[in-house]
Design a protein. Structure first.
Length: 442
């Protein structure tokens, strides 16, 4: 090195090549040791891009069309839902959490309700009909979520027809949800203690019609995609992540099962009586985009079997716990304006006793108190393990509620899938994770 040199020679470390620079031009320094430095470019994919299923930014360092480094940038859809829960009573929490993963609202609500019920110590008091309705709604929601995945992934890989068909069949499920809950999305239907209202007979008819129609549609999807050369080229041996990588990164759901591990909380850590239902856990050995496609289609078929079993188990009975100091709405009756409680119901409460009126007033305005403690409850959502860590200080509002959200965890796999592959395969690999940024950012 000459006495006039303004930098020292580079050295290799476990983090890459390191330069000690005291001045000079960076490009001049680097180009002398990295002959292809000028051929690498940094590209922002997003935060507005059709492949992202939401507002996700990917920073890609490219060498030609090959991805050398990929980084995920999240937070663009942050809504502060977990913090907001600390300022609302326990029942109002259902209205917030349903908006996180907006493609799987029933799962957000159910996980939250199970956690609150565990804190209250009323898990065994939930009625059989309410539990069956929860399973019914979750499995319908799983089908609708997977249909959105199929539709959007098809669109991203050029299969426009499958996008139209996937959303078309999802609309049928949303119609069912509207019949049952009054809303197509963000239902706040599953509440601590049960569900907000019963399933009407017309909804049961619609669900049975859907179960008859859907198998033919699934066959159409497979006829359209599975033998299509472009689809197979874009999915087979693309974005491979084996079971070791999945476990190391905490990946769950269809991505883990597509790598060959049959880990499904409905089987391994049952809840809501899933251990009494007959269904299989689909797996695939290859751990690629094709495997994730195969697993999700198979899961739709298994969910249809579960929906049919749940329908057969629907027996007359209450859909809320008997304790009137917890059950809200305890006896919902809609007024003539379609809102609130009917005057007859209010008159009945007021006519019973002063104590019942006071309890009703406190339940609506203040909410019930939850004993101090903390719990963790996990369920199998469409994207993987959805866990709720709920903490109570003994008041009428949560002290803390934190979600273990599968979209957030699964996004860690993107660099492992993308680096060393083509930029076009980032689209297929990212889509195969099925991230929903509303759940990721919260």
């Amino acid at each position: 090195m000459s006495a006039t040199s303004n930098y020292a020679s580079e050295r290799e470390t476990d983090e890459g090549r390191v330069f000690t620079v005291t001045g000079g031009d960076w490009d001049t320094i680097v180009s002398g040791t990295d002959p292809i430095n000028d051929e690498r470019i940094v590209v922002n994919m997003g935060p507005q891009h059709p492949s992202t299923h939401g507002v996700l930014r990917l920073i890609l360092e490219l060498e030609g069309e090959t991805v050398r480094e990929a980084r995920s940038v999240i937070g663009y859809l942050h809504t502060g839902i977990e913090k907001n829960l600390e300022y609302r009573n326990w029942v109002q929490g259902s209205t917030f959490v349903t908006r996180m993963d907006y493609l799987a609202p029933i799962f957000n609500e159910t996980a939250y309700a199970l956690a609150v019920e565990k804190l209250l110590g009323i898990t065994d008091d939930i009625t059989e009909r309410a539990t069956t309705i929860r399973v019914l709604m979750m499995e319908l929601n799983r089908i609708s979520s997977h249909l959105v995945w199929l539709a959007t992934t098809g669109m991203e890989l050029g299969a426009i027809s499958i996008m139209l068909y996937g959303f078309r069949e999802r609309e049928y499920i949303l119609d069912i949800f509207e019949t049952i809950t009054g809303l197509r999305m963000n239902h706040a239907y599953v509440r601590p203690g049960g569900v907000a209202q019963d399933v009407p007979d017309e909804a049961v008819v619609k669900i049975r019609e859907f179960l008859k129609m859907m198998p033919k549609k699934l066959k159409e999807y497979e006829d359209l995609l599975s033998g299509q050369p472009i689809w197979t080229e874009r999915t087979k041996n693309v974005a491979v992540l084996d079971v070791t990588g999945c476990v190391a990164l905490g990946i769950t759901g269809p991505v883990l099962r597509s790598a060959g591990l049959a880990w499904d909380l409905r089987k391994t850590m049952p809840y809501c009586g899933y251990e009494t239902y007959e269904f299989d856990v689909p797996t695939h050995p290859d751990g690629d985009v094709w495997g994730r496609y195969q697993v999700r289609l198979a899961e739709i078929r298994e969910s249809m079997k579960l929906v049919e079993q749940a329908l057969d188990r629907l027996r007359p009975g209450p859909v809320m716990v008997a304790d009137r100091k917890i059950a809200w709405p305890a006896q919902l009756a809609i007024g003539v304006d379609g809102m609130g409680n009917s005057l007859e119901h209010v008159a009945k409460i007021m006519g019973q006793s002063m104590e019942s009126l006071i309890h009703h007033f406190k339940l609506v305005t203040e909410g019930f108190r939850v004993p101090p403690g903390q719990v963790y409850v996990a369920i199998e959502a469409p994207r993987g393990e959805l866990g709720v860590h709920a903490v109570s200080d003994g008041g009428t509002r949560p002290y803390r509620v934190h979600y273990r959200e599968p979209s957030f965890v699964n996004l860690q796999a993107l660099p492992a899938m993308a680096e060393g592959g083509l930029i076009a395969d980032v689209i297929a690999g990212g889509a195969s994770l099925d991230p929903v940024m509303g759940g990721c950012d919260r």
